[in-house]
Design a protein. Structure first.
Lengths: 432, 180
């Protein structure tokens, strides 16, 4: 039973004062040859001396960082129209732009702004988007990401994920004086907030399906416990502190249960399902090997997990109804672990060992199980899909330091998120 | 005593929280309605006697705190992806086993660790396997089950920084920690 509760009272020490942290900078390490040329013209700000926020700059940077667009440099813009009527399409066509975005940010009152923009196809002169909305001053950054999302979707037919968030672990200091932080930031690394910090390890952040809570593992009592933290208030609950291992939380699609890894007294790790309301526990796997790293299918009927029951770690799936026999999915190579399902469930991202390095790979779940290794690092782990499935964020190491990186789901575009300090681990992309 | 300490912590925590710009609520976790088999042992044996005093009353250096002899060595190192105890560590384990059997009030926590290669959660499993290997070795030499607990930190608490074999070798380890 759970006898560790007195130290629960100590968590006030560890709970956060929300604040910003060192931000991340995106570097494209491998671009796409056929990136689409687009011009995002600086937005006008009628009636104001200076624009309250450079919307166009952020839209342009989002689109460029996706690797799918090649954005026109401002200094190459011969004119800067703010409305469709003012665009000289022939000029923009001569500059080899396929698309152009023009717009305005207009002050409604000191704290509110009206953002309007239009997207045109330069070749056909057709207006593809004409949209306006209102944002308050702190909301202008999010609003800009939303403009980028709409442009991305209109041109590529894929929902944009620029206006989403990521969580990750940052480790500061050196052994043995390390400080562990759980951070939530915008998907571009801006706006980082520390949601939890501890002198003992924090790991395995997992977003609830509604994007409001994070489940994670904390060793703050020098033993692992699983916590659920509600982000709007910071309120946290310790949901599993059983003897032995309490690890690898994964939310059920309805947000009511967690799959997690627990152990028996003799150290056998298996996957269980914990009902968050009733604390009822259901055992999912029963094998003397290490069974861990669970992940649910969207219908809640299947759990994907890592098991070394056949020797090395491989990926399996099992039905959540009792008595179901696990089915092995990976057969290529001696190390395949930590499965993550793409949002459309057409592929699985995981960590594979190749040429002595750990790399991010995907497996086609619909066809013949074709495996594609997407990265070339020595220690690429913790893959997490963007909610639109277009990209995978993961943790890698760069000159002895943990950093975050992105790869498009087809492997063609790669980027790195560079932090000014700390060792970054275990990125988890939030749902839409 | 424990309750007073907890209340003190609560008050201190509340004071700290009051310094935050936004109030954060701390809730009690739900009482575990069910538990994993074999997990009911922990915490049942808090007998209250202070362990520091216990060790001191016996005169000797029962936890190897003075830094000499096999009892002072408390780290067992492992090969890559292995949880077998290598022969060179048998003497250390035997010394601690003798110590624990002759001082049944002593308790030991076995902290399993791995290097930073591979996935983090699977490494937790490997660290647990190493801690269990040392636990079994101690029990085979007569140490009571109730004297031993295990925890796995996986690759989360390295002893050495770095991405080379020298650092990895130091990190693949089980630390034997005498606990209250």
């Amino acid at each position: 039973m759970n006898k560790r509760f007195p130290s629960l009272l100590a968590i006030g020490f560890l709970l956060f004062c929300s604040r910003t942290w060192a931000q991340l900078v995106v570097e494209i390490t491998k671009g796409q040859a056929e990136a689409i040329p687009i011009a995002i013209v600086p937005f006008g700000s009628p009636g104001a001396a200076t624009a309250p926020f450079d919307v166009a700059q952020l839209v342009s940077s989002d689109l460029a960082h996706s690797g799918r667009f090649n954005t026109t440099d401002r200094k190459d813009m011969v004119e800067q129209p703010h409305t469709g009527a003012a665009i000289s399409f022939d000029d923009w066509r001569r500059l080899n732009n396929d698309y152009i975005v023009v717009g305005q940010v207009q002050s409604v009152d000191p704290d509110h702004f009206n953002i309007s923009f239009e997207l045109y196809n330069v070749l056909t002169r057709q207006r593809m988007l004409d949209y306006q909305f209102t944002a308050n001053k702190p909301g202008l950054r999010l609003a800009s990401h939303q403009v980028a999302d709409m442009v991305f979707q209109k041109i590529l037919g894929i929902r944009g994920a620029f206006a989403t968030r990521i969580a990750y672990i940052s480790v500061l200091g050196t052994v043995p004086h390390r400080q562990y932080r759980l951070i939530v930031a915008d998907a571009d690394g801006e706006n980082p907030h520390v949601v939890m910090q501890s002198n003992e390890p924090l790991m395995s952040p997992a977003w609830s399906p509604d994007g409001q809570s994070l489940a994670y593992v904390s060793f703050e009592e020098r033993l692992p416990s699983v916590y659920v933290q509600f982000l709007p208030t910071g309120e946290r609950r310790r949901v599993s502190a059983r003897a032995g291992v309490n690890q690898a939380p994964a939310w059920s699609p309805d947000g009511k249960k967690l799959a997690l890894t627990l152990s028996t007294r003799d150290g056998n790790l298996d996957v269980y399902v914990l009902d968050l309301a009733t604390q009822a526990l259901t055992r999912i796997t029963d094998d003397p090997g290490i069974d861990t790293e669970p992940q649910w299918s969207k219908d809640g009927q299947t759990i994907y997990f890592t098991s070394d029951r056949a020797g090395g770690p491989q990926i399996y799936r099992v039905g959540t109804r009792s008595g179901d026999k696990p089915q092995r999915l990976t057969f290529q190579g001696s190390y395949n672990a930590r499965p993550r399902l793409s949002p459309d469930e057409s592929q699985l991202a995981f960590v594979t060992q190749e040429d002595g390095g750990y790399r991010i790979a995907t497996m086609d779940l619909h066809g013949r199980g074709e495996v594609q290794v997407l990265t070339k690092g020595r220690s690429d782990v913790s893959p997490s899909y963007a909610p639109n499935g277009a990209e995978i964020i993961y943790a890698t190491r760069d000159r002895g330091r943990g950093v975050l990186a992105l790869v498009s789901a087809d492997g063609r575009v790669q980027e790195r998120l560079v932090s000014s300090e700390g060792e970054l681990q275990e990125p988890a992309w939030a749902p839409f | 005593m424990k309750r007073i300490a907890s209340i003190a912590l609560l008050i201190a925590g509340a004071v700290l929280l009051a310094g935050c710009p936004k109030k954060n609520n701390v809730t009690e976790p739900p009482t575990a309605g069910s538990h994993v088999s074999g997990s009911s042992e922990e915490g049942a044996s808090t007998s209250g006697s202070a362990l520091g005093g216990d060790a001191a009353s016996q005169g000797g250096d029962v936890t190897g705190a003075n830094g000499v002899g096999p009892l002072a060595r408390k780290v067992i190192y492992f090969d890559f992806d292995k949880s077998e105890i290598k022969p060179e560590f048998a003497e250390i384990i035997s010394a601690h086993a003798r110590n624990l059997t002759s001082h049944p009030n002593l308790k030991m926590k076995l902290e399993g660790n791995t290097d930073n290669r591979g996935t983090r959660e699977y490494n937790i499993g490997l660290g647990e396997r190493r801690a269990q290997a040392v636990r079994r070795a101690l029990m085979l030499q007569g140490v009571a089950e109730s004297q031993l607990t295990t925890v796995s930190f996986g690759s989360e608490r390295p002893a050495a920084e770095g991405d080379d074999e020298a650092a990895w070798a130091q990190n693949r380890r089980v630390e034997m920690v005498y606990v209250p």
